[in-house]
Design a protein around this ligand. Structure first.
Ligand SMILES: [Zn+2]
Length: 72
C-alpha cells in the first residue's frame, strides 16, 4: 500500500505571517554616517548613536506577551 501522507499535507495551506523586517537606511543623527536599520530602529556603528525606540515601525511587545516574563 502506498502511503498518501504527502497529499494529506499539501491539502493544508500553510499561511506564514509576514515577519520579514524592513531594512531601511537613514543618516546618523550624531556623525552623519549612513546607517542601515531594521523596522525603523538604527544603531550607528561609527559613533554609537541610536535613534529613539518610539521611532521604530513595529510595536513593542508588552510584558504579558513576553514568554520569559515571570508568571504571577
Ligand atoms: Zn554616528
Amino acid at each position: 500500500m502506498i502511503s498518501r501522507w504527502e497529499s494529506e499535507q499539501s491539502g493544508e495551506s500553510t499561511v506564514v505571517p509576514s515577519t520579514t523586517p524592513d531594512i531601511t537606511t537613514t543618516v546618523c543623527g550624531a556623525c552623519g554616517s549612513q546607517v542601515s536599520g531594521l523596522n525603523g530602529r538604527y544603531a550607528c556603528g561609527v559613533c554609537g548613536w541610536v535613534n529613539n525606540w518610539a521611532e521604530g515601525h513595529s510595536r513593542l511587545p508588552s510584558a504579558e506577551e513576553d514568554p520569559d516574563a515571570p508568571k504571577s
